[in-house]
Design a protein around this ligand. Sequence first.
Ligand code: GRF
Length: 206
Amino acid sequence: MSSQAVRLVVLVSGSGTNLQALLDAVADETYGAQIVAVGADRGDIEGLARAERAGVPTFVERLADHPTREEWDGRLAARIAEYRPDLVVCAGFMKILGAPTLEAFPVLNTHPALLPSFPGAHGVRDALSYGVRVTGCTVMLADAGVDTGPIIAQEAVPVLDGDDEPTLHERIKTVERHLLVDTVGRMAREGWTVTGRIVRFGRPGG
Ligand code: GRF
């Protein structure tokens, strides 16, 4: 693996299919990134098992193991920092990151709805019950809010008659995995700039 490859720490809370898509992508050297660690806020999840199978180091920091949220925030940032990432990727990580992580690293997040519609933990359910005919997924830079950071990429997914939350989420995730892999790869290879809320690929002045 090239020592130039951008170093990713990926954070997960669940099944880790987005992580798997990234693990598959980084197997190709031309992708431009490597996964140096996978972190989670809970143990015993398929996302961690996927990392272990791929031979990637893992760590777990549970909120409940810390007396305050601030201590958890600080400890999580320290665990991430051990791996010197260039970019942190939240791939289905179900916690809001605190200032210690957000101020130390650029953080990417993915969400299963077309932001700014339907932020939060139930983006798929909320879109369905609102009755939209088109929803989708968003890859964004994380900030201190709930799914409020600058948007990098989005893709639409139609809502079909008869969809329920699992069927719609599965179709969104198929698109989301491609969008995440494509976006992380472009950021790694091309760099990016942020002007206000506008994110562009490419290096400053490039
Ligand atoms: C994704 O849809 C992500 O956007 C959402 O939870 C799902 C995670 O799926 N927050 P997986 O764990 O990557 O399979």
